[in-house]
Design a protein around this ligand. Structure first.
Ligand SMILES: NC(=O)c1ccc[n+]([C@@H]2O[C@H](COP(=O)([O-])OP(=O)(O)OC[C@H]3O[C@@H](n4cnc5c(N)ncnc54)[C@H](O)[C@@H]3O)[C@@H](O)[C@H]2O)c1
Length: 371
């Protein structure tokens, strides 16, 4: 699967794009609506939430004066003046809403993870193919300068053959207590599907390897009954904590490479948790906004720290966009210019398959083989 690179020379002229927002909660207010609002050609003309006050508030803050509010997503996707729909609800609704929007002829940006299950993610890929519309998933890590810098290094072969990847998402005490993140049925799992999904997507897209051979996983619920008092986002009730508090996965690729993924909201861990790629010509470690490159030259080991700027990205050089702003701008650019979005649905679907395999393997105690 190849990752399309869009060159900076492409025109930035953008025609008007009318957008509908479904789900006006945390991520809508924290990421999508503020980023879309900064794009002069985007008009947010419809807002839907099952809690009507949230849709109303979103309309007042981000909408056009004539924007409509809805509590039923079907009323929003039925409108034929809307070109793009953002699906920003809990995971359990991603597939139903995205498929309905695609089938109504809309391009869809769905929040991560693609879906609560692999089966639902597959149905979304099918709907995108059937509709001929774009479907993408909100993995904003791909829009950071560091990620794009390293992706380009890998594409140029500067790291050689990458055969070991460490992909951690570890919080010492960081269980999200807004929304429904502790609800297994609505989310499909805990930290692995919530934040591990970012690490898996980032790693697979960096090495551009979606050919998974097998997945083994371990899932723990060890601190959910005791560690609530020091949680960053408030105290939880253990009986509400229906998901794992930590999960680890061991992924083997068909070319022999290995990836370890670690995901936790609550872990007695204070070490540095950095995404790391190790190749035959060099290695890379992500450290905040810096990339640490290591290797050997003329018999000497070296370490170089690089702080990439906007020229590391595929597009919009010279613009100091946050990852969230870049993601929104690149997405709207894709729609206007009819070029594939940064995150392809087939790629996000493999991420969902890996997550499900980690949970499945932890349950059975056996590896899950993909073919
Ligand atoms: N990209 C990221 O880093 C990131 C960060 C946080 C959350 N997320 C993802 O965003 C999604 C939402 O998370 P959140 O933190 O915004 O949760 P949230 O609970 O704050 O917001 C979700 C909103 O969706 C509404 N909603 C639920 N079902 C609906 C339906 N059928 N139709 C219309 N509205 C509906 C809820 O009332 C709520 O207002 C999740 O899938 C989560 O994984 C992504």
């Amino acid at each position: 699967m190849s990752i399309a690179i869009i060159t900076e020379s492409a025109s930035e002229e953008m025609r008007e794009v009318r957008v509908g927002i479904i789900g006006c909660g945390g991520i809508a207010n924290g990421k999508h609506m503020p980023s879309l609002k900064k794009l002069p050609n985007v008009k947010m003309v419809a807002f839907c939430d099952i809690i009507p006050e949230r849709a109303q508030k979103a309309k007042e803050e981000y909408g056009t004066p004539d924007a409509e509010v809805y509590t039923d997503y079907r009323d929003l996707v039925a409108r034929d003046d809307i070109e793009v729909v953002h699906v920003l609800t809990p995971n359990c609704a991603h597939a139903e809403l995205s498929i309905a929007a695609l089938d109504s002829g809309k391009h869809v940006m769905c929040e991560k993870p693609m879906a609560a299950s692999y089966k639902e993610a597959q149905a979304m890929v099918e709907a995108a193919k059937r509709s001929g519309k774009f479907l993408t998933v909100g993995y904003q890590t791909r829009s950071t300068m560091t990620h794009q810098y390293v992706r380009h290094m890998v594409e140029k072969g500067e790291l050689g053959e990458i055969y070991y990847v460490k992909a951690p998402s570890i919080r010492r005490r960081g269980a999200p207590l807004w929304g429904v993140f502790l609800d297994k049925e609505k989310q499909g799992g805990g930290p692995m599907i919530d934040i591990g999904t970012h690490s898996i997507d980032a790693a697979l897209s960096l090495i551009n390897n979606y050919e998974v051979e097998s997945v083994s996983g371990s899932v723990y619920r060890k601190l959910a009954d005791t560690a609530m008092n020091s949680n960053e986002w408030g105290i939880w009730d253990p009986k509400d904590f229906q998901v794992e508090d930590s999960a680890m996965g061991w992924i083997k690729f068909k070319n022999g490479a290995t990836m370890i993924v670690e995901a936790s909201w609550v872990l007695n861990y204070t070490g540095e948790a950095n995404m790391t790629l190790c190749g035959t010509k060099g290695g890379v470690e992500f450290r905040g906004d810096t990339v640490r490159i290591n290797g050997e030259k003329d018999g000497s080991l070296f370490i170089t720290d690089v702080k990439p700027n906007s020229t590391a990205r595929d597009l919009f050089h010279g613009q100091n966009l946050t990852a969230e702003e870049y993601e929104a701008k690149q997405w709207i650019y894709s729609v206007v210019n009819n070029v594939p979005p940064l995150t392809k649905p087939e790629q996000a679907c493999v991420v969902s398959r890996v997550i499900e395999a980690i949970y499945e393997s932890a349950k059975t105690g056996k590896p899950v083989y993909f073919d």
